[in-house]
Design a protein around this ligand. Structure first.
Ligand code: SF4
Length: 217
């Protein structure tokens, strides 16, 4: 793909990702089926040391729209990316790995000096669709798997919609499939900052490869 058409595709993808965020936020503003209200709110960081798995487009979106926050986070992002690179590959790849990461007690590199998410409006879908109906103190002290999670139907629908956007914007791999790149957020952000694209195999970034999209339901 020529440089210009890559830039156009990225721009379109960013616009559509912004629209998808808006749709998810609308869905999350509705009452939950259980009648329970989420305890999650802007400014809470109780669970912001979970591993965040995102797609390359989300990292690119965050970097493009939050240059100052990224500049401030850079030393920590480098540090966390190096920890992940040196860790066993299943760290970003399984429930066991997620628990191990949680035990490392690494507050997200994107938290600002007040302890708030510095890219909140543009945070990844994994963060946007994670809601709990529990005391934030439990989110901070217990493993994420043990708190009461509220799903608005978006925990799977959000990533599926993201994949459809990627499908519309990136060139398919000859022979089928799409170049998607899922990875742990610090590594993906460093991948973008270093100027590497989604089809560029970076060391330590997992799951780059082919996927076959099911038609949307
Ligand atoms: S991106 Fe923001 S919401 Fe997500 S873990 Fe990091 S600080 Fe928390």
């Amino acid at each position: 793909m020529k440089r210009e058409s890559v830039a156009r595709a990225n721009l379109r993808l960013r616009r559509e990702l912004g629209r998808l965020h808006g749709m998810l936020d609308e869905q999350h503003a509705k009452p939950h089926d259980t009648g329970l209200a989420p305890s999650c709110a802007r400014g809470c960081n109780a669970c912001c040391r979970q591993i965040v798995v995102a797609e390359y487009a989300e990292a690119e979106y965050i970097v493009a729209r939050n240059p100052e926050a990224i500049r401030r986070a850079l030393p920590k992002l480098r540090e966390h990316a190096a920890i992940l690179r040196a860790a066993p590959s299943e760290l970003a790849d399984s429930d066991h790995g997620a628990r191990e990461y949680w035990r490392l007690n690494l507050p997200c590199a994107l938290l600002d000096e007040r302890g708030e998410c510095s890219v909140y409006a543009d945070r990844p879908i994994a963060c946007r669709t994670w809601f709990v109906a529990d005391d934030p103190a439990r989110c901070a002290s217990e493993e994420p798997q043990s708190v009461r999670v509220l799903d608005y139907g978006t925990r799977h629908a959000g990533p599926d919609a993201l994949l459809r956007l990627v499908a519309g914007a990136r060139r398919p791999i000859p022979g089928g499939g799409l170049p998607v790149m899922w990875g742990a957020l610090p590594q993906l952000l460093m991948h973008v900052i270093d100027g590497r694209g989604p089809a560029d195999d970076g060391d330590g970034v997992r799951d780059r490869g082919r996927i076959d999209l099911k038609p949307s339901a």
